[in-house]
Design a protein around this ligand. Structure first.
Ligand code: AMP
Length: 198
């Protein structure tokens, strides 16, 4: 029996984790859950949650853990996540790692792998500048980008140490063509006994 693909993809803004996350999720037939996308959809729809997080996201700060972890718990409790899931943008700090651990333990589940997507800082900044032109996201201004990258270094990078100690991290070079990078990730996951065809 192959392990259930419960996956995380972690990398700085502009590393391409959103794009690669969707490709990997499709390959495994599992839902890709991006907390950033969930928040943006709620803002667009004008929900209570959207109103609560709008200013925080515009400033590039982190939404409080209680709110974020509740969103993730609700989403992962849905039926389609029973076959596995790929989380993009969560956990983002050590508190959220503890929240996710608690949730998975309560269901007798565990993570199968954490994909760390690395790109040099210059490359991620130029990719973000391009995305700002293409998508017009309010949090892709120069000042907000700098804040988000600083938060990544300070709060998010340390979660990789925790997962590395657990032997879960696959470090992937995020520079190359989209297909090359997807292939690198799939090779690493297959080496863990995860089966994209299943
Ligand atoms: P992203 O699309 O992943 O870059 O997320 C966009 C914004 O949503 C972030 O800059 C945060 O303001 C918020 N956000 C997304 N995921 C999280 C999270 N796990 N914890 C706190 N805030 C988050």
């Amino acid at each position: 029996m192959t392990a259930t693909p419960r996956l995380l993809i972690v990398g700085p803004q502009g590393s391409g984790k959103g794009t690669q996350g969707l490709r990997i999720a499709e390959a495994f037939g599992i839902p890709a859950v991006s907390t950033g996308d969930v928040f943006r959809a709620n803002i667009a729809e004008g929900t209570d949650l959207g109103r609560q997080v709008q200013a925080i996201i515009a400033a590039g700060d982190l939404v409080p853990d209680e709110l974020t972890s509740a969103v993730v718990r609700d989403r992962l409790a849905q039926a389609d996540a029973a076959v596995g899931f790929l989380l993009d943008g969560y956990p983002r700090n050590l508190g959220q790692v503890a929240d996710l651990d608690g949730f998975l333990e309560s269901r007798d589940e565990s993570l199968a792998a954490v994909v760390e997507l690395s790109v040099p800082r210059d490359e991620s900044i130029s990719r973000l500048a391009r995305r700002a032109e293409e998508q017009g996201r309010t949090d892709d201004t120069e000042e907000v980008i700098a804040n988000r990258l600083a938060i990544y270094e300070r709060e998010t990078a340390p979660i990789l140490d925790v997962y590395r100690e657990r032997g879960l991290v696959d470090a992937i070079d995020g520079v190359g063509s989209l297909d090359e990078i997807t292939e690198r990730i799939l090779v690493a996951l297959i080496a863990r006994g995860l089966n994209p065809a299943s």
